[in-house]
Every structure is written in C-alpha cells, then in structure tokens.
Write a new protein. Structure first.
Ligand SMILES: Nc1ncnc2c1ncn2[C@@H]1O[C@H](COP(=O)(O)OP(=O)(O)O)[C@@H](O)[C@H]1O
Ligand SMILES: [Mg+2]
Length: 362
C-alpha cells in the first residue's frame, strides 16, 4: 500500500462528492501512509477520511483485524472494525472527536472472522494547513494480554489475602490469650513474693524479672494485636485506627491528627477491611513518605464510610511501575473492593499522598 493506493482510493471516492481538493490538501495523511515506519510498528494504524471511509490500513492492522488493506480501503471503518455491538460507543467517540479533535480509550472491536477483542485506541483528527479537518488517524492495539495478566494478578492477590487470613486465624488460635494470662499470673506471684522480702539484692533481682515479664507481655499483646486487632472488637474501629496511627506514625516522630465521626454502625467485616487499609496506608506513610505529619479521618454517615489518610511527604509517580514485591497498594484496593468499595490515591512527586477508601454500609 503506497501513496498511489491512497490517492486513487480517496480520489475515486471523493470525485463524485466534489471533495477531492480537501483530500489532496492532506499531505499529513499521505506522508503517514507512505512511511516505511508505518509498516513496521506493532500497532494498527488506520486512516479514514472525515466520513469514516478507510484510506489507509497498515500491515499490523492486517494482522490484528484479519483484513488485507485491499479488502477494506474504501469501506466504512464502523462496518469493518466495530459492527453492531459497539456502534453506540463508536458514535460517542465520533462526537468527542468532533468536539475535542481526539479520543483515547478502550473498546471492543471486531476481527474479520467475527471474533472480538478489546483494543486500546487513540484517534486524532488530521487538519490541513488551514485548520480544516481532512481525516482521522487511529492507532490501536489489543489489550487482551494485559487484561488477562491483570485478571491473573487479581486472582493471585485474592489467594494471597485468603492465605494471609488463614495464617492469621491459625496463629491467633495458637497464641491466643493464654500466654498473656499465664505471664500476667506469674508476674503477680512474683510481685507478691517480692513484697514479702526485705529490700535488698534478692528483691531487686525479682523486680528485674517482673519488668522482663511485663515487657514480654507488651510484645505479645502487640503481636496478637497485629494478627487480629482485639481493640477492634473491644473498643471499636475508631480507637483501633487511632491506635495504629499513634503507635506506628507517632513512634516515628510523625505528627498524627486523627478525626472520626461514626454516625452509622460499621459491621465487623467492613471494620476489619477498613482497619487493614488504614494500617497499610499509614505503614506506607511511615516507610516511604518522609512526611512530617499525617492526618487520618474516618466518617460513617448516610450509609457510607470514608477513610482518608493524607500525608505531607514526598509523594510518588503513579505511572512508574512498582517493584515486583510491592503488593500493599494492590491489596488495599482488593480489600476495599471485597466490601464493595473503591480506593483512590491522589499523589504526585513532592505533593504528598492522599489515600481515600469509600464504601457503602449496610
Ligand atoms: N504515602 C506514600 N508516600 C510516598 N510513596 C509512597 C506512599 N505510599 C506508597 N508509596 C510508593 O508506592 C510504592 C508501592 O507501595 P506498596 O504497594 O504499598 O508496596 P511497598 O510498601 O511494599 O513498597 C512504594 O514502594 C512507594 O514507592
Ligand atoms: Mg506498602
């Protein structure tokens, strides 16, 4: 397919409509169609005139859509690649093109054999030097492999969440409250024994052991809390999250502001999900943000729960691919989705980070 094909096709078609001058005034499209580069890219590059009649169809388009260029040049792009299924969306795209001059997004397209796939499409209106639209160039590729990879990743993350929950339940049952109770009883007995002694080296030695046991009780309590947050049941979601914020961020010298307003009741399943999201978001502030302060807000009212964790740290670029081992954000998203919610992250380098989870209650 070269220059001639394009000129002949559009010329032949446009002669009857008296628009030939317009077509010839589109060297941009002709140059594009003639470019050797176009035949090598791994994207379908398709040009049409302003009526949607195909004027150029590169080699990768032949591969992707199954049609040879000679089959489709001169035909309506909507008939060839869209079919009835996505016609409404195609109209929408046309409208956006007319208004804004371009469109980018994903939608389902048709192959010659009737099969369909989701394509990422960038369409742009081409104008001549007078600014008059003379055609449209669309670049598209198949996003099925990406969607498949995302689905597999989500399934794996889902499994990871389940395994983590199973492991937590197992460890909690194993550790239980018992060791804490035994240690507490031992400490009490030691105290009683020490009281009977005269002050001196023996009493001091026992006091040391008492302190060791008390420290160990604290450690165990924290470990248990991390496994299954008891304060969640005992003192409720707001206290549990405030506790995490104070313990994690507070101990790292980050100023914590906490505000909550729970007008609506939050059931256990949602409370645990929100608690875990808060813990991960606050943990990220601690590990990555170099923040001076973090604000945590929790609202449950009018049937909706909102958790917002905002820091004044270094922020990050969401488009930079994350390290392979980074699962925190993906797990927060999944955790939120499991209870019917959505998680948004507003951030950019230098501008801090805001994580907001929104979910319906009841
Ligand atoms: N509050 C934050 N401030 C700055 N960077 C962050 C913040 N939260 C996350 N990030 C960035 O996003 C990456 C991915 O986070 P996450 O998925 O939780 O994985 P991990 O914490 O294991 O690295 C982090 O490695 C970090 O670069
Ligand atoms: Mg993390």
């Amino acid at each position: 397919m070269g220059d001639d094909t394009l000129r002949d096709e559009t010329g032949a078609r446009r002669d009857g409509q008296g628009q030939r001058a317009e077509t010839e005034a589109a060297p941009e499209i002709e140059a594009l169609a003639a470019s050797a580069l176009l035949e090598q890219v791994h994207n379908a590059v398709i040009a049409t005139d302003m009526n949607g009649v195909i004027t150029s169809w590169n080699r990768f388009a032949e591969h992707l859509y199954g049609w040879a260029a000679s089959d489709v040049i001169g035909r309506d792009i909507l008939d060839v690649t869209v079919g009835a299924g996505s016609a409404a969306q195609a109209q929408e795209i046309m409208r956006s093109m007319a208004e804004q001059g371009s469109w980018e997004g994903e939608f389902e397209v048709l192959r010659k054999d009737g099969s369909r796939f989701v394509a990422h499409v960038i369409d742009a209106v081409v104008r001549d030097e007078r600014g008059i639209p003379v055609g449209v160039v669309g670049v598209s590729y198949d996003v099925t492999p990406r969607i498949r990879a995302e689905t597999e990743r989500d399934a794996l993350l889902q499994r990871l969440l389940e395994v983590r929950d199973e492991e937590r339940t197992r460890l909690t049952a194993l550790l239980g409250d018992e060791p804490v109770q035994v240690l507490t009883a031992a400490a009490t007995r030691l105290t009683t024994a020490r009281m009977r002694l005269e002050p001196g080296p023996n009493a001091d030695a026992i006091a040391d052991v008492e302190h060791m046991i008390e420290r160990e009780i604290q450690h165990l309590r924290h470990a248990l809390f991390d496994l299954e947050p008891h304060t969640l049941e005992r003192h409720g979601l707001a206290s549990a999250i405030e506790d995490v914020a104070d313990r994690q961020a507070g101990s790292a010298g980050i100023v914590v502001t906490f505000a909550s307003e729970l007008t609506d009741a939050v059931d256990d399943v949602r409370a645990l999900a929100v608690y875990r999201i808060a813990r991960e978001a606050i943990g990220n502030v601690l590990r990555h943000a170099s923040a001076r302060s973090v604000s945590v807000e929790l609202h449950a009212r009018a049937g909706r729960l909102t958790l917002q964790v905002r820091d004044d740290g270094i922020g990050f670029d969401r488009d930079t691919p994350r390290a392979a081992g980074s699962t925190g954000i993906a797990l927060m998203q999944l955790e939120c989705a499991r209870v019917g919610g959505t998680l948004t992250i507003e951030t950019s380098p230098g501008a801090g980070t805001e994580v907001v989870a929104r979910l319906p209650l009841g």
